[in-house]
Each structure stands twice: as structure tokens, then as C-alpha cells.
Design a protein around this ligand. Structure first.
Ligand code: KG4
Ligand code: ZN
Length: 346
């Protein structure tokens, strides 16, 4: 039995988790800072790193306690070293290095996106669905990417967004509709009462034979629809509640149509019969339902990452880190966070 303590601080969630043998989550504590950033309409890096410093010790202690584990029972320490906000990452990386040194345990550096791509392995139906290989759709606030995952540690980027990420589009449309931050859940709630066919927003590159995405045109179309062409700010109150719901539903339908169609096409091109989905936007109910229907229609297996492991969390890191440990891919204590550089696996 191998117990890994995972630590995640790449953006605005302070998280620690204890995972047994890469599959069984004994604890997964997530302290979200959204209340600190809400009034600014987005994550403020300096506020995020300060909050991580204040919370990290208590979050790690809480993860050990919830797992009924002591420091000395932990076999390795895993941390996300990027991509993310450097000041935020630094807090988790420093905590992990300190624990690895003090406890004399291996340090494992996990790529945040590789962890999202492999997070479906935490779903109960992952192995029955055939496990790896799979085409992974990672949809988060910072990234929208398709990977071919041959095994946990063998991931190839197939394509990604050239501008806005899907979560970013949700957050910006929420700002246009004055729904607050983070926007994804708020847009989804509003969309439930709207007509997804009320407006035909653009579905960029939906039938193009490549695995890249572009969502900035969709966001701009929504903005012009709400505020009028050429104007950036308008009075949202001029739309009735029903009209706002129609905009939210039509936006969500356009974005989900693109994500689903391009993921199915990527699986066909890669000749891979299994699709997995992770990242914050994978918590979206409309996306989950439409992926389910499309995979059924195309006789593909689908494993959706459980909701708790879609948004940023340390359990997904500890799960992937297990494979790094087995492969002997440990990190040095000189490990430093990296902001934008995307490495294929860690
Ligand atoms: O993976 P994540 O927690 O952080 C990043 O690594 O970016 O993703 C956060 C993003 C935000 O943009 C948020 O609005 C979006 O995921 N999100 C959602 C939903 N829940 C979170 N988007 C749509 N529907 C949701 N239910
Ligand atoms: Zn993330």
C-alpha cells in the first residue's frame, strides 16, 4: 500500500489530499478563495498567493486528519509545479519540498494539466470502460485541450484553444450578464430556464479537421448581442430575465456543441474508442449530458471525472503522482514552479 500526500496551489484553490495506490481518495480538502476575488471579477495573483500562505498548513493538516493518517505514514509528497500563477505555485512547492526534506520522503512534481487529463482514472467506471488509451478533453478556466493519453505518463497534446479557454468564455459571458465570478456555475443555472435555440451563436471550427478551438468569437457575439455592435458596456437590465436566460442557454449550447463535436472527431482521428473528460468546465451538466448522448450514438466509451475532481483539487495530483513514483520519476529538492511552460506529462 502506497499513500501519497498531494498539494495543489496553482491558482485560487488551496488543496491537499491523501490518495492510496493512485486510485482510492482517502481525503481531498479544497479551500476555495473565490470570495476573496469575487469583487475584482477575476483572480488577483497577489491576493491568491497570500491566501495560500495563510491556509496551506491547515489544509494539509485537515487532509491528514480526514484520512486518519499521520505524517510518518505518508510514502511520498506530490505537488503541482505548473502551469499556473508562479506566486501561488511557489507556496505549494515550498510546502511540499519542506515536507519531503523533513520526512525524508520522495518529492513528485506533477503537471497540473496532465493531472486534469488523467483525472478520470478516479471515476469508478474508468477501468470497466477500458482505461487507457483514451482521448482526454481538458476544459478549465485557463485551458481547453485535447490529449491522446496512451497511459497515465504518456500524454500527447493533439490540439488546444488558440485564444479563450472554455471556462474563460463562461466567466466572460457571466460578466457580460452581470452574474458574478466564477461564472460557469452561474451561467449554467441561468441557462436551465432558457431556450438553447433562441439565438444561433457561432460554432467556430466545429467541422474543421483539426483539434484546435477558438472561443473568442463566441464571447464577442454574445457581447454584441447584449450590448449592441460597437459598444462595450450597456445596460443589462434592458433584457428581461427570460431573455437573459435565453442568451445563457444559447451561449452554452454553442460552446458545448463545439466541445462535443471536436472531441468525438478527435477520438475518430486517433482511432481511440474511449473518451475521458476533466477540468472545471467538465462539472457542467449540459456538457456531461451531451457527451454521454454523443458517445452512445458513436459507440464510444465515456468516463467523466467525478465532479469533486473536475475543479482544481489535490486528489488528481496524488493519483497521477503514484505512476511517477512507480516509474522512479522523482523530483529534486531544487524544484521550482513554472508559469506557462507545458510539459507533456509532468
Ligand atoms: O479547473 P478549474 O477549477 O481551474 C483551472 O485550472 O482553470 O476550472 C475553473 C473554471 C472556471 O472558468 C469556472 O467558471 C468553470 O471552470 N466552471 C464551470 C462550471 N464549474 C466551473 N463552467 C461551466 N459550468 C460549470 N458548472
Ligand atoms: Zn485546473
Amino acid at each position: 500500500m502506497t499513500l501519497i500526500l498531494g498539494i495543489e496551489t496553482s491558482c485560487d484553490e488551496t488543496s491537499a489530499a491523501v490518495v492510496r495506490d493512485g486510485r482510492e481518495v482517502l481525503s481531498n480538502i479544497v479551500s476555495s478563495q473565490f470570495e476573496l476575488h469575487a469583487r475584482y471579477g477575476g483572480v488577483v495573483p497577489e491576493i491568491a498567493s497570500r491566501a495560500h500562505v495563510e491556509r496551506i498548513d491547515a489544509v494539509i493538516e485537515a487532509a491528514l486528519e480526514a484520512a486518519q493518517t499521520r505524517y510518518e505514514d505518508i510514502d511520498a509528497i506530490a505537488v503541482s509545479d505548473g502551469p499556473g500563477l508562479v506566486g501561488s505555485l511557489l507556496v505549494g512547492v515550498t510546502a511540499a519540498k519542506t515536507l519531503a526534506l523533513a520526512l525524508d520522503r520522495p518529492l513528485l512534481a506533477v503537471d497540473h494539466l496532465a493531472a486534469h487529463a488523467a483525472s478520470a482514472a478516479l471515476a469508478p467506471d474508468f477501468a470497466p470502460n477500458g482505461g487507457w488509451p483514451a482521448v482526454a478533453l481538458v476544459v478549465s478556466g485557463g485551458h481547453t485541450s485535447l490529449y491522446l493519453v496512451r497511459s497515465a505518463l504518456d500524454q500527447t497534446l493533439l490540439g488546444q484553444t488558440v485564444d479563450d479557454a472554455a471556462g474563460e468564455a463562461f466567466d466572460k459571458v457571466a460578466a457580460i450578464l452581470e452574474l458574478g465570478f466564477p461564472g460557469g456555475p452561474a451561467v449554467e443555472r441561468l441557462a436551465r430556464g432558457g431556450n438553447p435555440r433562441a439565438h444561433r451563436f457561432p460554432r467556430t471550427w466545429i467541422n474543421e479537421p483539426h483539434d484546435n478551438f477558438s472561443f473568442s468569437g463566441l464571447k464577442t457575439a454574445v457581447m454584441y448581442h447584449v450590448h449592441g455592435v460597437g459598444k462595450k458596456y450597456g445596460d443589462i437590465a434592458k433584457l428581461s430575465a427570460g431573455e437573459q436566460a435565453d442568451v445563457a442557454a444559447s451561449f452554452q449550447a454553442a460552446l458545448v456543441d463545439v466541445l462535443v463535436a471536436k472531441t468525438i472527431a478527435a477520438a475518430a482521428r486517433a482511432a481511440t474508442p474511449h473518451i475521458v473528460v476533466g477540468g472545471g468546465v467538465a462539472a457542467n451538466g449540459a456538457l456531461r449530458q451531451q457527451l454521454h448522448d454523443a458517445c452512445n450514438a458513436h459507440a464510444l466509451k465515456l468516463t467523466l471525472t467525478p465532479g469533486a475532481y473536475c475543479t482544481d483539487n489535490a486528489a488528481m495530483l496524488a493519483a497521477l503522482a503514484y505512476h511517477l513514483l512507480l516509474a522512479g520519476q522523482t523530483a529534486e529538492l531544487s524544484l521550482e514552479p513554472r508559469s506557462g511552460l507545458v510539459r507533456p506529462v509532468r
